[in-house]
Design a protein around this ligand. Structure first.
Ligand code: FER
Length: 258
């Protein structure tokens, strides 16, 4: 499948209702200190409505600002809201490096930092999600929770999402990185996964620059051979933002819909 978002999808549009992005802190028992995330609330956000939540994860060199600075999800999503193409959702942009100094500085491949991306599973499930669900008007049903991310965050989305299908019904992996576990480990019971998943979005740039194509292709082949429905998007481009933004544009429109 090849899908290219229409011109202007990521451009600031005048005269439409706007959402809001805020930096919010939560206490992480896992890490032992307060941690920062960004939270996007949509246009017309109101405590009287119930929202779905997308947890959207960054790459190995990023932090809670990466999607905001490079992907501008607020602009893409505001435009989609204006066109009536989204179910109501809040987007949480966490910091996926769960360690006391979670800044992307120094050697970003330091094994301690790679381990912190694994530890994030506990931070997300035990600290961050409970914080969101006790402070925002959101549904706590699995069908109202999505997890997606790019590269390192794509691998985290597969690892965390597929091991916790009781918590997530919608999963997106945009150019998932080598931290992605083997398909046999992630989907040991294909029939069960097929029954529980509302959406499994898997993508990669088709350019030679995307060195991780084998990771998503391996997953795609495994799922296809076992009849697990998934959206496989081999997109024009490399391991880069045009592909990931394009993914968000299409993935977000499928979320939380019957
Ligand atoms: C690796 C190479 C790249 C790896 C992770 C990455 C954990 C992540 C890249 C990115 O997020 O862009 O060997 O192993």
């Amino acid at each position: 499948m090849r899908t290219i978002a229409p011109d202007g999808y990521d451009q600031y549009r005048e005269n439409i209702a706007r959402g809001n992005v805020k930096v919010v802190e939560y206490f992480s028992v896992t890490v032992g200190k307060s941690r920062k995330m960004r939270i996007y609330t949509p246009p017309g956000y109101s405590g009287n409505q119930t929202y779905n939540v997308l947890y959207l994860l960054h790459g190995i060199g990023g932090d809670e600002n990466e999607w905001f600075n490079h992907g501008q999800p607020h602009i893409i999503l505001d435009n989609l809201y204006a066109d009536n193409k989204l179910a109501p959702l809040i987007v949480v942009l966490p910091n996926g490096r769960a360690m006391p100094d979670d800044r992307p500085v120094g050697d970003i491949f330091d094994p301690e930092k790679i381990r912190a991306f694994e530890r994030f599973e506990l931070d997300l499930l035990n600290d961050l999600i409970p914080f969101i669900e006790s402070n925002y008007p959101v549904s706590t049903e699995r069908e109202s929770r999505a997890i997606a991310g790019l590269s390192m965050g794509g691998g985290q989305s597969l690892n965390i999402g597929l091991h916790h299908l009781d918590r997530f019904a919608w999963i997106g992996a945009f150019s998932p990185a080598p931290n992605t576990q083997a398909p046999e480990q992630l989907v040991p019971n294909p029939q069960e996964a097929a029954a529980l998943l509302r959406l499994m979005w898997l993508s990669c740039g088709d350019g030679d620059e995307d060195n991780f194509k084998h990771i998503s292709e391996r997953m795609h082949t495994y799922l296809a051979e076992r009849g697990v429905p998934h959206n496989w998007a081999l997109e024009s481009g490399g391991h880069d933002w045009p592909v990931w933004k394009n993914d968000l544009y299409y993935f977000s429109q499928l979320l939380f819909k019957v």
